[in-house]
Design a protein around this ligand. Structure first.
Ligand SMILES: [Zn+2]
Ligand SMILES: [Zn+2]
Ligand SMILES: [Zn+2]
Length: 124
């Protein structure tokens, strides 16, 4: 199983050794030779298990979907990240602090010399 892309939707067949890999890095780790570059890649959908070819020169938006089951296989790679318990607790504390903080907008007292009540006092 690929540890580089956790949400891999397709396997790619390497043109050099015709083996199936989830990503280029898997090939690099498993094989001692560099991955041969090719313009026509052979994919296998992990959902319907069917293979299909894509010409990488003519790759457009419709080609991001499996031609057999419409599985959207071009995804933003989800890479493994270390989960730190401390970070999660810090985030919760921050949220609580933000919630308790009350922002009172400072409202300036609007008084002008043209205030009619003030004028009345002066005259009175
Ligand atoms: Zn190879
Ligand atoms: Zn991999
Ligand atoms: Zn499919």
């Amino acid at each position: 199983m690929c540890k580089h892309i956790l949400n891999a939707q397709v396997s790619v067949r390497s043109p050099c050794c015709t083996k199936w890999f989830d990503c280029v890095e898997c090939h690099q780790e498993a094989e001692s030779h560099p991955l041969k570059e090719t313009l026509e890649m052979v994919f296998a959908c992990k959902k319907c298990k069917k293979a299909f070819r894509k010409d990488v020169r003519e790759f457009e938006e419709a080609d991001e979907y499996c031609p057999h089951c419409d599985n959207h296989f071009v995804l933003e790679a989800k890479t493994p990240k270390p989960v730190l318990q401390v970070e999660g607790e810090d985030a919760r504390m921050d949220n609580r602090m933000l919630r308790d903080e009350r922002v009172k907008p400072a409202k300036p007292v609007q008084r002008t010399i043209f205030d009619p009540e003030d004028d009345a006092d002066k005259l009175g």
